[in-house]
Structures are given as structure tokens and as C-alpha cells.
Design a protein around this ligand. Structure first.
Ligand code: MRU
Length: 367
């Protein structure tokens, strides 16, 4: 079975409900931008590239389904819906980047209703196809960089959050690099952080690693420093990105910053894997990135199937349980920023960006 977060055939979009993983694989229909907004906000779909693609394709389905009298109406409709969709989650740049490009496309497309709506739908569909190829290229580029920088002896890798097939159109970014290292026979083991509070590591990355039969171990977020101290075979930490600022500062899942600090202390390579659509040249540094705050419930409750006294999982009996002292205040930022200073390489589908002698990235050369 191929892991697919997004299924699209002309006019029909369904997404794998990531709230039900890993215990159930259920695809839910997305018929318009309201469905997409809700799916993104509730994290039924999540991961920077997947969010952008679902938003674009949902609007493609809606455009194909709507009767317009003039090309101007199509342009107005698309622009308004894109502005709405961008508000669903603020930190990942892929969504706003896609929205800006798609808006510019419909504004610059001449012709009748069919020409403008057709151009929009074709561009949205292309995003799905391009993302898979970009991720395969990221995997290949990351593997080559690892061989040059770490060597060709087998090594282990640590990662956080979910950056795989479930967060993208397929293959994944950071997890794509892990897949490529594994395919090349160089991976001893992948360590996945549980990734509290939403557990993308234990629910989604672990699911992908088990699915692909990649040797892998799950740890809690608080075990990372002791793991690095006791497992010198870990040579690389590889993470995804929700937004890479012009100077290389990288916003990614909360917990990424502490990993970048740990990598420095333990002499482990710290690598960001990101398509160029995650690089935001309009944002100068991490200080300018808006970090999404999520609801306290995500931290103080856990949802999952009930386990009986023999350890059997009853997937038909799903419950939410409360795991904190009622009344406690909660701080729940969804992302943090790893400073460029602590990043060894930013692996994109085009090339691997590294710093110059003065310790500066030059990401403008990628565009
Ligand atoms: O809150 P999420 O699950 O959308 O956060 C996802 C991440 O932080 C990923 O690492 C990032 O989006 C890159 S996915 C290829």
C-alpha cells in the first residue's frame, strides 16, 4: 500500500484523516475551500507542503463546480477564496506562497471563463505532481550531502515531527532524506521524537517508518539529549521546515530549536530539508516569523483507542482523556525557530545550501 495523504482525480479530492491515524485509515472528501479551511485548521491534514496543495486543489474542485458568467468573476472568486484559505494556519509559508502565485496567475490569464478557470485548475494540479518530484530530489541531494559530510559508513539519524508522505504529496522532505539514506544501505536506525503535544512523531512518522520497514525507534522529546550522549552512531539530525527566512533561520515544529542546540553541543550535523516553496525571501529573519499558538486542549488531553487490560487496542472505542491538573495555564506554541547559526545545511530540491566563510547562507541564489 502506498501512503498517500492526498488523493485527487480531476474534480474529486479526498484526504487521509490524520486525526484517526495510526489506528484507522479513512479518506474524507474535500469539496470546497470551506472544507479545506476546516481540515487544515483541525489538522486533519497538516505539514507545510500538504496544507498548500490541499488548499489549492480544494479550490480547483470548487472552481470546476461553480458556474461563472465572466472571466472577471472567476478571478474575483479565486482571489477571495485564496485570501480566506491563507488564514487557516499562519506559520507555514507554502500556503501563502502558493496563494500569491495562484492569484497572480489568474490575474494575468487572459481569455474567457474556461481559459481562466482552466489555468487555475492546471496550476493547482501541477503542484501535486511537482511536490513528489521535488521531494525525491531533496532525498537524493540530502543523501549526497550526507555521504560527503559524514562519510560512507552506516550511521543513525534523529528526526522530529512528521515530514513524510503524510505531510507532503509523497516521499517527504526530512523523512525523504531518511528514506534515501536507508535505500542506499547507509542507515543504521532512525530515531523519531514523539513530538508533543500533538504527537506527529509517534502517530505519523512512526507509522511511516513501520510501514516502510525502516529500522526505527521512538523516543519522547525529553530523551533527545541523553540519546545523543549515549548513541555516538547518531551523526545527523534532519528536520523539515514550515518557513525558512532569508537568513536561513528556520521555523519548524516546536522542539526543533532545542535539537539544533543539542546538535552543536554533541557535534552532530543539523540539517533542514525543505522545498524552495518553504523559503520565504520576504522575511528577513526568524524574529519576523509569526508563530501559531494552538489550543490548550492539544496539550492537556489525549485522544486514542481504548486499551484493555490484556493490551488489546479497541479501535472502535476511541476516547479523549485529560492528562493535566484542571485549571493549569497552558502555553502551546506550535513551532519554534532554529537559528541559521546552528544549521549546517538546507537541503532543497535544487541544491544544498551551506554557509559561506562568514557563516552566512545565500538563499537568493536558489531562485
Ligand atoms: O503542525 P504540523 O504538523 O503541520 O507541523 C509540521 C511540521 O512542523 C513539519 O516539520 C513541516 O511542516 C515540514 S513537512 C514536510
Amino acid at each position: 500500500m502506498v501512503l498517500e495523504a492526498i488523493r485527487y482525480t480531476s474534480g474529486t479530492l479526498t484526504i487521509l484523516d490524520q486525526l484517526r491515524l495510526p489506528h484507522e485509515s479513512v479518506y474524507v472528501p474535500i469539496t470546497n475551500s470551506i472544507d479545506a479551511f476546516h481540515a487544515i485548521k483541525t489538522m486533519t491534514v497538516r505539514g507545510a507542503p500538504a496544507i498548500a496543495i490541499v488548499a489549492a486543489l480544494a479550490l480547483a474542485v470548487e472552481v470546476a463546480d461553480t458556474k461563472f458568467d465572466t472571466a472577471g468573476q472567476v478571478r474575483e472568486f479565486v482571489t477571495e477564496k485564496l485570501h480566506y484559505l491563507v488564514k487557516s494556519r499562519p506559520t507555514a509559508v507554502n500556503l501563502s506562497d502558493a496563494a500569491r502565485k495562484l492569484e497572480a496567475l489568474v490575474k494575468s490569464t487572459d481569455g474567457d471563463v474556461a481559459a481562466v478557470s482552466g489555468a487555475y485548475v492546471a496550476a493547482a494540479e501541477k503542484m501535486l505532481i511537482d511536490d513528489v518530484q521535488d521531494n525525491l530530489n531533496i532525498g537524493g541531494n540530502g543523501l549526497s550531502w550526507a555521504k560527503e559530510s559524514i562519510g560512507t559508513d552506516k550511521f543513525s539519524v534523529l528526526t522530529i515531527c512528521n515530514t513524510g508522505s503524510l505531510a507532503t504529496a509523497g516521499y517527504g522532505t526530512a523523512l525523504g532524506i531518511i528514506r534515501s539514506i536507508h535505500k542506499a544501505g547507509l542507515l543504521t536506525r532512525a530515531y523519531a521524537l514523539e513530538t508533543r503535544p500533538y504527537n506527529q512523531g509517534s502517530r505519523l512518522t512512526a507509522y511511516e517508518l513501520v510501514h516502510d520497514q525502516i529500522p526505527s525507534t521512538l523516543i519522547t522529546d525529553s530523551m533527545a539529549s541523553f540519546l545523543l550522549k549515549t548513541h555516538p552512531e547518531i551523526k545527523m539530525i534532519v528536520v523539515g521546515a514550515d518557513r525558512v527566512a532569508r537568513n536561513g533561520d528556520t521555523a519548524n515544529k516546536i522542539g526543533t530549536y532545542q535539537l539544533s542546540v543539542l546538535a552543536k553541543f554533541h557535534g552532530v550535523k543539523f540539517v533542514v530539508a525543505a522545498p524552495t516553496t518553504s523559503i520565504d525571501m520576504l522575511t528577513a529573519s526568524g524574529d519576523d516569523i509569526v508563530i501559531e499558538q494552538r489550543k490548550p486542549n492539544e496539550m492537556v488531553t489525549v485522544r486514542g483507542p481504548v486499551v484493555d487490560s490484556d493490551g488489546n487496542i479497541n479501535k472502535d472505542d476511541v476516547k479523549t482523556v485529560h492528562i493535566a491538573a484542571p485549571g493549569i495555564d497552558v502555553w502551546n506554541p506550535a513551532f519554534d525557530v532554529a537559528p541559521a547559526e546552528l544549521i549546517d545545511a538546507i537541503v532543497t530540491e535544487k541544491e544544498v545550501a551551506v554557509k559561506d566563510q562568514d557563516g552566512k547562507f545565500h538563499l537568493d541564489t536558489l531562485f
